[in-house]
Design a protein around this ligand. Structure first.
Ligand code: BES
Ligand code: MN
Ligand code: ZN
Length: 503
């Protein structure tokens, strides 16, 4: 898919080339008020009033998300016009824009249209600029066209007709829109990687597969990849991580990926992703229903790889390190048992009261490992707790941090990227729930505030740097008929890094 940006002033009649340039379709918006403006007005004039006539006839009432093709138009270079309803003009915000854009792509993808001219990014969206509109449109299109067919014996090979989209923007927005288009493509490519890794089954996407993916990323994007195996993990004394992999025959891997876009001396941002390639619960075995979805328990790891891919393609000027502890959580005669006490890399001992609370056990050692990079900030990303889904559902990721400035930056990035997160508490009072009679701390804190006590556990290993934790249990994938990975929170993380790189 090819995206390009062209400046266009519709009040000057669309500056010739936009009206005469050949394309299969030009997309224009119609508000409910039914007075045509901007692109709709200019194109209506050029095609002899056909838009005004269908509006007057009631065939396009401007209701949000409605679409109508005007085929075989004459007077402009495009052979069709696609009208999309935008709803009420004074209520036109990012949600209405997103709905309109989605309706447009769905309508167009159902046809043989190959080349589109897209004018909606020039519409006045509340609190948003045109470059935002370009980015949102590209991401929506890439989301509509994403398919996961790798595991089908006969993948659907019907080629997509749509090849090229030209966005019209005001002359003043030309430069930021071009940057937004480039970044949106990089972001979509990163999200696709994250989604593919999540959607792959546990028998394909193993720890070894994640390590091979990291090495390939390093080759393709000039990153540096280090992969530590069982022996090296033992040498680092990561007793907590090792206790989780014990029941599995798949070898664990500890992946470290370096992106250096800043000066060698600049402190890196470290992203730590939970990489449980399948979570059976271990000896504290999960119930069978829906257990297949625990192949998604490596989505934190997938989001780290996807974010690094996006950052590398964007060429951001900062240093980022991705750390991924990855293994399976399996029951076996070898597996860790409830009540076992393990020693973390940090030296703290942990009583494993429930082997299904394994994410924190692999993350704590990775968080200790991160200290050696003297990071500017560490963010871990994990499908950590079912309790987070109970608290926030599937809309917001859970954000935990004791650092108000860092939490604020992440919340700002989440809003800017349309990848929402909600801050949950991390008060020291909750630490009491992690008391153990036999070790320094327990790995579970009971049912109350389960996602908070999980974050509290991690906080014990993050005292030497600014740290935030994202619980993506509810947002990393969708269940039901549309089951599939979402690619979240790659948009949030990439936006955070874009903001840090330009700060
Ligand atoms: N990977 C799960 C969390 C999870 C469950 C994410 C369902 C998404 C959907 C995690 O390892 C886990 O099993 N957590 C337990 C913790 C409990 C034993 C304290 C949970 O949430 O039940
Ligand atoms: Mn678990
Ligand atoms: Zn898990």
């Amino acid at each position: 898919m090819d995206f390009s940006i062209k400046a266009c002033d519709w009040s000057k009649g669309g500056e010739g080339s936009f009206l005469t340039g050949k394309s299969d379709c030009v997309v224009v918006g119609v508000f409910e008020a039914q007075t045509l403006s901007g692109a709709a007005f200019a194109i209506d004039n050029a095609i002899g009033g056909a838009i005004a006539r269908v509006v007057k006839a009631g065939d396009m009432d401007g209701k949000a998300g409605s679409t109508l093709f005007l085929p075989e138009v004459t007077g402009i270079g495009a052979s069709r016009v696609l009208l999309v309803g935008l709803g009420k003009q004074d209520a036109f915000g990012q949600k209405a824009y997103g709905d309109a854009v989605r309706a447009v792509w769905r309508a167009i993808l159902g046809t043989r249209i190959a080349q589109v001219t897209f004018s909606l990014a020039q519409l006045p969206v509340k609190e948003r600029t045109s470059d935002w509109g370009v980015r949102a449109a590209i991401l929506a299109l890439r989301n509509e066209t994403y398919r996961f067919t790798q595991m089908k014996s006969k993948p659907d090979v019907t080629p997509r007709a749509l090849k090229r989209v030209v966005f019209s923007v005001d002359a003043a927005d030309d430069k930021p829109a071009k940057l937004a288009a480039k970044q949106a493509v990089a972001l979509a490519n990163g999200m696709d990687l994250t989604r593919d890794l999540g959607n792959l089954p546990g028998n394909v996407c193993t720890p070894t597969y994640l390590a091979a993916t990291a090495k390939k990323l390093a080759r393709d994007w000039k990153l540096k990849a280090e992969v530590l195996g069982q022996r090296q993990i033992e040498a680092l004394k990561m007793g907590s991580f090792l206790s989780v992999t014990k029941g599995s025959v798949e070898p664990p891997q500890f992946i470290v990926l370096h992106y250096q876009g800043g000066s060698a001396k600049a402190a890196p941002i470290v992203l730590v992703g939970k990489g449980i390639t399948f979570d059976t619960g271990g000896i504290s075995l999960k119930p069978g229903e829906g257990m297949d979805e625990m192949k998604y328990d490596m989505c934190g790891a997938g989001s780290v790889l996807g974010t690094l891919r996006a950052v590398a393609e964007m060429g951001l000027k900062l240093n980022v390190i991705g750390i991924i502890p990855t293994c399976e959580n399996m029951p076996s005669g070898n597996a860790t048992k409830p009540g076992d006490v393990v020693t973390t890399m940090a030296g703290l001992t942990v009583e494993v009261l429930n082997t299904d609370a394994e994410g924190r056990l692999i993350l704590c050692d990775a968080l200790t490992y991160a200290e050696r990079f003297k990071p500017a900030a560490v963010i871990d990303i994990a499908t950590l707790t079912g309790a987070c889904i109970i608290a926030l559902g599937h809309h917001n990721s859970g954000l935990f941090s004791k650092d108000d400035a860092l939490a604020g930056e992440l919340l700002d990035a989440s809003r800017e990227a349309g990848d929402p997160a909600w801050r949950l508490p991390l008060d020291d009072e909750y630490q009491d729930q992690l008391k153990s009679n036999f070790a320094d701390l327990a790995n579970i804190g009971g049912r109350p505030a389960g996602s908070v006590t999980a974050a509290c556990f991690l906080s014990r290993f993050t005292e030497s740097y600014p740290w935030a934790h994202l619980d993506i249990a509810g947002t990393a994938w969708k269940s039901g008929a549309a089951k599939g990975a979402t690619g979240r929170p790659v948009p949030l993380l990439a936006q955070f890094l874009i903001d840090r790189a330009s700060a």
